[in-house]
Design a protein around this ligand. Structure first.
Ligand SMILES: [Zn+2]
Length: 55
């Protein structure tokens, strides 16, 4: 299968894709790690559930 999706932040292959929020100004898809990093950067107090069993 030709599905080679890479995280737009760290360039790792993405098993489970996360779409960045519009207000982040990021194009492409993100891996779970970068996604949760961004979530913490942008919404330090908020709890947004992220699937953690990725590794
Ligand atoms: Zn990443």
């Amino acid at each position: 299968m030709g599905l080679k999706e890479k995280c737009t932040i760290c360039n790792e292959k993405v098993k489970q894709r996360y779409n960045p929020m519009d207000e982040w100004g990021i194009e492409g898809i993100m891996c779970g790690k970068c996604y949760s990093k961004k979530v913490h950067e942008h919404y330090p107090g908020d709890h947004i559930r992220v699937n953690k069993d990725l590794d």
